[in-house]
Design a protein around this ligand. Structure first.
Ligand SMILES: C[S@@+](CC[C@H](N)C(=O)[O-])C[C@H]1O[C@@H](n2cnc3c(N)ncnc32)[C@H](O)[C@@H]1O
Length: 321
């Protein structure tokens, strides 16, 4: 099996495809093609004259997309933060549904050569887009101790962020850190095992944090949410699946602020109802995978799907950022 055919078990397949393709006709976006589980399910639901435009920043996902021969489908190699500009260049100004299944795909995690996994030795890469950008090894070689501490603390919620950052800076002054196993061993020697969950590797949080930094994941998400509010036609659905609380918090705040502009102002300040921008979103839903799905695919356990329907209100920018 080639890498582009490697398996990814799509999470919340039916729920996400059903919600995003509610309009049935028009133009739909799968912002995170991966191995195309959601794309195929959306194609099965939308009208014969509808279109599905998919994005991914990973060249292996783009290769995998070539197996879809449906004339309604096309794939674009670009980060989803550039969705609006990229679609604009294709002559697309409005769309009827946008799906984002954020994070990494199983083939990215499972291939040692991609450098995402602390369980297998490989080059310390972690880039989703292997055609550009700085690798995790490159970032670790030049980031300051303060920056490493901040990333591990803010993106990994790592209690021992400073201790790990100090150990990394000391180790790299002797030998460059270029392999996943080298970094995982260094962290394991630096911090105690999680008392509450002995099965969790001590490097779990640090690897997550460095991956988020290397790929600019939270900035990507914030830009894509703002672009979605601009791109979606009234009645169009935004559906976002996230796998950890940092991402889910960003999605939740963005949608809540857009759905309830009055809540973004201190309630003690009495303002007339028309002083607030009209709501951008309605019909907010939070959907979790069923117990059966979690039993079958443990990766689903942390997933949350949030959906919202775009109203007719114009987007003024910055809401819920
Ligand atoms: C969880 S997988 C998606 C799986 C897909 N829904 C499926 O059913 O096969 C996430 C995918 O999104 C891509 N991705 C993550 N962040 C991205 C970004 N900012 N821009 C474009 N693609 C991104 C990753 O490369 C990965 O292939």
């Amino acid at each position: 099996m080639t890498e582009s055919q490697a398996i990814h078990r799509t999470v919340l397949l039916t729920e996400a495809a059903r919600e995003v393709s509610r309009a049935h006709s028009g133009i739909f976006i799968d912002a995170t093609f991966g191995r195309g589980g959601h794309s195929r399910a959306v194609l099965a639901r939308i009208a014969p004259d509808a279109r599905l435009i998919a994005f991914d920043r990973d060249p292996e996902a783009i290769e995998a997309a070539k197996s879809i021969e449906d004339p309604r489908f096309c794939i674009v190699h670009a980060p989803f933060s550039r969705m609006k500009e990229t679609l604009g260049a294709m002559g697309v100004e409005r769309v009827n549904g946008i799906l984002m299944d954020i994070g990494v795909s199983s083939p990215q995690i499972d291939e040692a050569g991609r450098g995402f996994s602390f369980r297998m030795d490989g080059p310390l890469d972690m880039r989703m887009d292997t055609s550009c950008g700085e690798t995790a090894a490159g970032w670790l070689a030049q980031a300051s101790e303060a920056d490493i501490t901040r990333v591990l603390r803010d993106y990994g919620e790592e209690r021992f962020a400073y201790r790990i950052a100090r150990a990394i800076c000391k180790a790299r002054s002797e030998t460059p850190i270029t392999r996943t196993a080298q970094l995982a061993d260094l962290i394991a020697q630096t911090v105690p095992r999680n008392k509450h969950d002995a099965s969790q590797h001590p490097a779990t949080r640090s690897f997550q944090a460095i991956r988020i930094e290397v790929n600019g994941e939270l900035e990507e998400l914030k830009k894509a949410l703002a672009a979605s509010a601009e791109l979606l036609a009234p009645g169009g659905v935004l559906a976002v699946i996230s796998f950890h609380s940092l991402e889910d918090r960003i999605v939740k705040r963005f949608l809540d602020a857009g759905a309830h502009p009055e809540k973004t102002v201190d309630a003690r300040i009495a303002l007339p109802a028309d002083a607030f921008a009209p709501a951008l979103w309605t019909g907010l839903q939070r959907i979790k995978p069923t117990e059966a799905e979690c039993m079958e695919n443990p990766r689903a356990r942390s997933a949350v799907l949030r959906t919202a329907v775009r109203t007719e209100a114009p987007f003024a920018g910055e809401v819920g950022k």
